[in-house]
Write a protein that binds this ligand. Sequence first.
Ligand code: FAD
Length: 322
Amino acid sequence: MGKVFTPYKNKWIETFSQQGSHPANYEVNLKKLTKWENKKNILVHDFYAQIGFEKTTPALSGGSKEALKRLTKFEKKMQDYADLRNFPSVDGTSNLSVYIRHGNISIRDMIRAAKISQNQGAQTWLSELIWRDFYEMILDVHPYIENESFKRDYDKIKWPGEASHFRAWCEGKTGYPIIDSAMRCLNETGMMHNRLRMIVASFLCKILLIDWRKGEKYFAEKLLDYDLAANNGGWQWSSSSGCDAQPYFRIFNPYTQSEKFDAEGKFIKQWCPELSALDKKTIHAPHKLGLLKPVKYPDPIVNYEAQRVKCMDVYSVVKSEK
Ligand SMILES: Cc1cc2nc3c(=O)[nH]c(=O)nc-3n(C[C@H](O)[C@H](O)[C@H](O)COP(=O)(O)OP(=O)(O)OC[C@H]3O[C@@H](n4cnc5c(N)ncnc54)[C@H](O)[C@@H]3O)c2cc1C
């Protein structure tokens, strides 16, 4: 099995066009299923609480009807997916991951929907569904990645990050508005936009210099769409320790990412209301206002430029990618 996404995707599409998306002819033996007995008399509405879920605001409607409704809604705007999918304040993605995770929708139905709309947006969306599949395959073939870096060399890294910085990252109090708004959104809704997941993950590993496994674990506790393969794949991609990950010297700049993907500061204002009086020029880096910075908002816990330099040093134990 390959370790690089593009050849995997090409093979996937080639196989799909030969075999189609119909289920393979598996033999079904219902007797092999385990029967669940409600010995502790768990009430249905208590069930999710008992297995560790907390209520979120807004609450999501569950079930396959809701999932299909969302797919139908998304099909109408799939053609715009390639252009809109990176902007957290725009409803440009399918929002189906929670439904996939809970078995409310068939991934084959989603693939069929993408194949019917043959436009650029549909092709980009199909690619994302193949990324999901790719990470499932990688975890299946290399199960050690659950706890270790895919590129084992990366486990030589000694992470100097501080516990107080990790706490600030979790609580959305880093003084970096794009990070703080993303983390506050995660804490309250159990969801986070993909672009923001990439920004906060890169920030944790490469700017706060904290082991990716701590961030991965925090996401696992909070995400309603938590999926071991996709979460591990996303974290290892961001920390550069994964297969076909971004090279370690590529570090997301939280300021420019914020200016590019939340240009008007709409998303930031939603989750960091103490910044709502700022204009689109100052909202991405309020510390630059000096004494005029809103008092309730923290100063940056670290200096981005200085940490960037430190990151190159911390990662220098990895020799494989110069
Ligand atoms: C650090 C990090 C952690 C992540 N953790 C998870 C996780 O626990 N569970 C999860 O489902 N996704 C995870 N992702 C992938 C991605 O962020 C979510 O799948 C996406 O945001 C869900 O929104 P959507 O359903 O609107 O996606 P859409 O953009 O509409 O995409 C459709 C589907 O494709 C799949 N998909 C899209 N992007 C990815 C991707 N990069 N990797 C794998 N599958 C993808 C998902 O199943 C998604 O529902 C993670 C990404 C990163 C960078």
